[in-house]
Design a protein around this ligand. Sequence first.
Ligand code: GDP
Length: 364
Amino acid sequence: GLSIGIVGLPNVGKSTLFNAITRAGALAANYPFATIEPNVGRVTVPDERLSALSKVFTRGERVPPIIPTFVEFVDIAGLVKGASQGEGLGNQFLANIREVDAIAHVVRCFEDENVVHVAGRVDPVDDIETINTELILADLAGLEKRLANLQKKAKGGDKDAREQAELAEQILAVLGEGKPARAGSYDAAIPKDFGLITTKPVIYVANVGENDLTEDNDYVGQVREYAAREGARVVKISAQIEGELAEMPEDEAREFLHDLGVQESGLDQLVKVGYETLGLITFITSGEKEVRAWTIRRGEKAPEAAGEIHSDLERGFIRAEVIEWDKMVEAGGWAGAKSKGWVRTEGKEYVMQDGDIMNVLHSS
Ligand code: GDP
């Protein structure tokens, strides 16, 4: 699944948001995995297609369980101004942030004289730059160490090491200008084991009070401007409201949102934007036994997608029966869909589409 790391200055609302996430996760059922670390919260990816399909495959009293995909949020504590100097960023911090696919950068966009701001005033752009500078410095320090190693190996005649050293130098030049690594273009793809943080896409999360949810305040405007220059997305939320929403049954939460004048909870928006940012799509397996969503990258072919379900299905992939989810709903089940000729047979080169229902035919 997709994992998103939550960063931001102290007192911007990270814990409030993270608590809302863990509470939302505690209410949702049907997780395929049980144990989870204390700084990791799981929320399901909201997907109304699944409930529609569950109805289609209900036989009498037997309602097929819905197994949604989920997104993991990782609370990445310990980022303050100057963190990358002196003691350096803690190992735990680096280990946590290196694992995530994307970063949700929480920015304080609310005024409250009872909540101390670390810099003494609310200034979202200054806050963003403080955090981004720390991340860039962390990458600089890590990559300089690696470069020294690579150069040693290159001297010994290792050609791969020489190429990687050149790439590292190109990246260091970008970081040295105070820019994140993702801002540069390079001759080669950056290897994962460079362990860089600033290659990861960032979503700015503007945390506002409940009165600013419908109309942007000036702070949110500043965040949007900053993000637009970077080509990054912004999600406006109220961390406090998310906490309240997480405690409510679904229909009550919907009504509460409606009263606030918003369509969708901030968490749901964040999950959606995370998906879009990373180019992820969902395909579905569906029948009387269960209705289940799976996450894949856009552009993946049918065998790879089958591999998400089980590696045997990828290895033994012969062909797949595929139908769009809404066609399945209209047809009322596999038999109806087949008799209408709506179930296609797709081979190994088929590129999966968001909302496809797939049944894999495989050799064992
Ligand atoms: P963290 O240090 O980034 O984890 O920040 P916290 O989540 O602990 O929040 C710091 C303080 O700000 C807490 O007292 C929260 O209740 C408060 N807070 C968080 N979000 C909001 C908000 O949208 N409006 C107001 N007024 N206070 C908030």
